[in-house]
Design a protein around this ligand. Sequence first.
Ligand SMILES: [Zn+2]
Ligand SMILES: [Zn+2]
Ligand SMILES: [Zn+2]
Length: 280
Amino acid sequence: MREGFVDFAKFTFELIGKTSENNNNLKFAAVNSQIALELFLKFYYVKTGKVQEILKRKHGLPINEFNDFSQILNHFYATRTWSYGQKNELAKLLDVRNAIVHKGQSSKWDADLAVIIVRTMFFINATAWVLLRESILVNNYNPHEIGRNPIWRAGAEDFAEDFCDKVYPCLSCGAYALTSAEVMVLDSSNSEEDFICLCCLSSLNGSHVRILPCYHCCDEAYYLDSLNEQPNQQYVGKCVECKADDFVRKCASCDDFYHPSSKSEVLLNSKYYCCQDCAE
Ligand SMILES: [Zn+2]
Ligand SMILES: [Zn+2]
Ligand SMILES: [Zn+2]
């Protein structure tokens, strides 16, 4: 069953990567994402030993047949106080699927539906990670080409805004979709201190990458590698937003990074400190 939902999710992912307003892929992506979601929810109940709760009943006893998807979805939401997606969005996938399969309607271009499909992929990945320690995505190390697809990008930024506490502009793809791997990982190569980009599916090693408020534009978008020290306690960095790339300095006492133009900087016995307190 795990293979089932992972296969459909991966296929949905491939389809979204090739979906645009100018082709017919959206309907295939919608149907596949609904199947992936249904199989995922069934897998979740089986894996957590609660499958009885979503089986059909005869004379009060569960029989070897699953309830309908909408009942399973209702049960999932009725038994949770929080989730990585809205029930009505996930339910819409079923409506779209039924319109295609049962009524022969071929859905036209629908930008909202496209975003819902992407959000569903993240719903599955985040839920699978938080509840089951499973992931369907893959850490690509280098930016994945799907990040250039406007549908995926819109869905990734949308999900990040709704469900991630802190979101940064990604150093690789520029999308506002870089967040802490505490929410979900791309795969088991990530640790929870890493940063992952939901748009280009790459990650940054949180043990040495720092993201600071930029000294120039003040956005939290100034990246530096804390292992790459230059002379005079300086570090090379760059702001994704305003492209400022002056070196910043690390205080010899508190280890905070600051811009050398800071008026409170103190030079004492050839060491730099961020402020008078640190120098004493
Ligand atoms: Zn990115
Ligand atoms: Zn800046
Ligand atoms: Zn200091």
